[in-house]
Design a protein around this ligand. Structure first.
Ligand SMILES: Cc1cc2nc3c(=O)[nH]c(=O)nc-3n(C[C@H](O)[C@H](O)[C@H](O)COP(=O)(O)OP(=O)(O)OC[C@H]3O[C@@H](n4cnc5c(N)ncnc54)[C@H](O)[C@@H]3O)c2cc1C
Length: 439
């Protein structure tokens, strides 16, 4: 029986483990945390249909709620845009610990084994083939290593360069976050349920405040690591524009990083497949990665179970990457092509966008579909196009034009992705793909 190792208890890795064990394979997940410490102390929003796509039932109804409206502000806090969330839309909000309970129960039901408290150090390779993982408890060998260690995966980072898999992220590809829940004060203050400010206080990043019962859920994030004292200053500033945030931290208070870039150009090697954040599967700019990780799990399990020769080679695993790109990256990657805009746009230009009184944009935002990721990305790009045409700011128009040209190139390139694996073709394709996102 094939022995599958899942390095790190990432969401996609655990769900792939469940599906592979269901298909009769021997699967073990190696996770550095203790079971009770898995998952951050906060809530996540994701598309409920992704659970079904990976064969899972919905969690009990008292474990989730439907996502609320989001109100977007520019740095000067004028002229907000409201994104409505109809009650029948598919995005749900759930405690991350409950998400873990749900997926771990799913995996255990099919016999997946979990080794908690094991830190993975690196990939164990024989030539170009990944044959195991080196951990603080010794080396374990397997026929296939599924890398679910997250965006800073030590497995991906230690692969031989000749595998053609990018080890690290570049500038503006990673978002550094701090998230904490504070006591909620001024309960009568008419706060928006979910308020998101772009470039608050001139910081190249975002600040959000979700009013949730007794709590004010605060997230601050930017494209560079926080220096000492910076988070306090950031949260203090948010207090001045959100009078509901109290001083007492009641939950959370954790730092984390999110990939906000295109997914890996090559995510498989002999004996290796990356999934979830370790393959940068989050929706670029938005940073949501849960639904894509679940979808990837279903694709990966399908491809692995079809490999009757149990080769788990670059050739047989390529179908995983190919299908994922056709089903998901094709839709999401255009947002990553807006990276030049992110780097160059100024807080004043953002304010300018919020102040440009384009009825069409407000109408569009108030009616956003939000039913699939495809709709979300399509709507977002349409809004940018309307703004580009309406804006009188020449520099901004030029940046937006550059982004739209990149997006057109990208769609063409994804349609030309090699369908079957050939080293030269794949590496040459990957080079062209990565070049599109170069700043
Ligand atoms: C502040 C914040 C808010 C977010 N909000 C949302 C949201 O609302 N909706 C959404 O869809 N996504 C959200 N995301 C993104 C989401 O967390 C990820 O995209 C998703 O969890 C998929 O990542 P992953 O499970 O592959 O990786 P991770 O969540 O990073 O999990 C990796 C796992 O591997 C383990 N691990 C890491 N290194 C090692 C090692 N060396 N040895 C052993 N184990 C290891 C970790 O302990 C962890 O269990 C958010 C992320 C952050 C940081």
């Amino acid at each position: 029986m094939s022995k599958i190792i899942v390095a790190g208890g990432g969401h996609g890795g655990i769900v792939a483990a469940a599906l592979l064990a269901k298909g009769g394979l021997d699967v073990t997940v190696y996770e550095k945390n203790k079971r009770e410490d898995m998952g951050y102390d906060w809530t996540d929003i994701f598309n409920r249909h992704s659970l079904k796509a990976a064969g899972m039932d919905m969690p009990p109804e008292d474990k989730y709620s439907v996502k609320t409206d989001v109100t977007f502000y520019g740095p000067s806090e004028r002229n907000p845009f409201v994104q409505r969330s109809p009650k029948n839309q598919p995005e749900i909000k759930m405690e991350r610990k409950d998400i873990y309970d749900h997926i771990i129960a799913y995996a255990e039901q099919y016999g997946v084994k979990f080794e908690y408290g094991v830190t993975v150090k690196s990939a164990e390779c024989l030539g170009n083939r990944v044959v195991g993982i080196n951990t603080d408890k010794g080396t374990v060998y397997g026929d296939l290593i599924i890398d679910a260690c997250g965006c800073n995966s030590p497995v991906r980072r230690s692969l031989p360069y000749s595998c053609g898999i990018q080890r690290d992220m570049g500038p503006y590809e990673k978002f550094y976050c701090y998230r904490a829940f504070y006591n909620r004060i001024n309960k009568d203050y008419p706060a928006e349920e979910f308020k998101l400010t772009l470039f608050p206080h001139g910081i190249h990043g975002i600040g959000w405040v979700m009013a949730e019962g007794e709590w004010a859920d605060v997230l601050v994030g930017k494209f560079e690591p926080f220096q000492k004292g910076e988070v306090k200053e950031f949260v203090d500033y948010l207090r001045t524009i959100n009078p509901i945030i109290g001083k007492k931290k009641v939950r959370g208070g954790q730092y984390a990083e999110i990939p906000v870039r295109q997914s890996l150009a090559v995510m498989t090697a002999d004996g290796y497949a990356a999934i979830g954040d370790s393959a940068f599967m989050t929706i670029p700019l938005l940073g949501s990665g849960m639904a894509n990780a679940f979808k990837a799990a279903a694709i990966l399990a399908d491809v692995v179970l079809k490999d009757e020769a149990k080769a788990y080679s670059r050739e047989t695993l390529w179908e995983y990457q190919y299908t994922y790109y056709k089903k998901v990256t094709n839709t999401c990657a255009p947002l990553a092509a807006l990276n030049n805009l992110l780097v160059n746009i100024t807080p004043e230009q953002i304010d300018g966008l919020f102040e440009c009184d384009v009825e069409a944009v407000r109408q569009k935002i108030s009616k956003l579909n939000k039913f699939t990721e495809k709709d979300q990305v399509k709507d977002f790009l349409e809004i940018l196009l309307i703004l580009k045409n309406a804006s009188k700011d020449r520099a901004l128009k030029a940046e937006l034009s550059t982004s739209f040209k990149k997006i057109a190139k990208l769609s063409l390139l994804i349609s030309q992705m090699p369908k079957t694996y050939s080293e030269n073709e794949v590496l040459s394709w990957a080079q062209k793909y990565n070049r599109i996102f170069k700043l």
